[in-house]
Design a protein around this ligand. Structure first.
Ligand code: SD4
Length: 329
């Protein structure tokens, strides 16, 4: 039976670890923190993404390269309806992409409202490395991508188009918690040298207004990395994450010695405080990792999970604790 100490540790990890039947989940409760290298990413598809990140991390590669390669797995998935060109379109039927990346030296790059480019995260990295700017949007971002050797790609996912046609019949906009409203991939990693980086990429909310940009490409909202302290990334309704500068808040709370789990929870509680009953209508989830290798996640609605892979645990899914115990809709 689990000891009280392990239970507290598991609670601090925010992993639902002792309620899981997964042996590794139980082990981690006893053995935390994680041993570097470490990679965490949002949702189920984080498992596949973590594998490609891990291939780089285990060869002593840089966390920055790992997170870029990792999230590209989701961007390249021709059937992902929430990341990359396969993602569900905006209300005019066009898929528009948002992404950002940040390294261990506070370097960061982002693209938003980008169309017809397969790997927005790679363009975000080029913005970071090859321009004096942090963020490029729309036509300018596409023009820059082409100048960097990226090619226009007209791929459209038949499933996303089919969904869009159905949506057009009513054209009412109401994201459904954990369905239309989720599946951004956010990834944070620590490499063998102890350096942190993160990446976040999405097609954003389905049927959004044309030109709408969410939290995912915004440094401090969808992603933040402070190599002295830790890293955090977010998923869910971007407007709500932006409102509280979500991931920057999580990292600043970790600076004040909140554990990653407590920091994610406190950020969610901030939303509850300011948005009150409205928080029943949307989902937001955060994951975080600190410099000691402690990690955690917390969300508003039940249903959020994330994938964790480190030197002391194999790639696996953790279920996030939630503020609302069961879906409210
Ligand atoms: C957005 N945060 O565009 C994104 C959507 C999302 O999981 O996270 N989906 O608001």
């Amino acid at each position: 039976m689990a000891s009280r100490r392990n239970f507290i540790k598991a609670a601090a990890l925010g992993a639902g670890a002792l309620t899981s039947s997964n042996t590794f989940a139980k082990t981690i409760a006893a053995k935390a923190p994680l041993h570097k290298p470490i990679v965490l990413s949002t949702w189920d598809f984080g498992l596949m993404a973590n594998k490609d990140a891990w291939a780089i991390l285990q060869k002593n590669g840089r966390a920055l390269d790992a997170v870029e390669a990792g999230v590209m797995v989701a961007e390249n998935d021709l059937f992902s309806t929430s990341v990359g060109l396969a993602g569900r379109p905006d209300r005019e039927g066009k898929t528009t992409l948002d992404a950002c990346i940040m390294d261990e030296n506070y370097n960061c790059g982002a693209v938003a409202f980008l169309e017809k480019i397969k790997n927005p995260i790679a363009v975000a990295r080029k913005v970071m490395e090859n321009t004096p700017h942090v963020m490029l949007v729309g036509e300018g971002a596409q023009q820059f991508a082409l100048s960097q050797g990226f090619k226009l790609d007209n791929y459209e996912n038949p499933e996303s188009l089919e969904d869009y046609k159905k949506w057009l019949k009513t054209s009412t906009y109401k994201p459904i918690i954990n369905i239309e409203n989720h599946d951004t991939i956010g990834m944070i990693a620590m490499d063998a040298n102890g350096n942190l980086s993160g990446a976040c990429t999405t097609s954003g909310l389905a049927y959004k207004m044309r030109g709408r940009i969410g939290d995912s490409p915004i440094i401090g909202a969808g992603l933040y990395v402070d190599n002295e302290i830790g890293a955090a990334t977010a998923t869910g309704t971007g407007e709500e994450v932006i409102r509280i500068a979500g991931t920057h808040l999580v990292v600043e709370l970790m600076r004040q010695n909140y554990s990653p789990y407590e920091a994610c929870k406190e950020a969610v509680m901030r939303m509850v405080k300011i948005r009150k009953e409205k928080t029943k209508e949307f989902q937001v989830g955060f994951i975080a990792l600190n410099k000691n290798g402690e990690f955690g996640g917390y969300c508003l609605q039940t249903g959020f999970n994330y994938a964790v892979y480190s030197n002391n645990i194999p790639n696996q899914i953790f279920t996030s604790d939630a503020y609302y115990p069961a879906p409210t809709k």
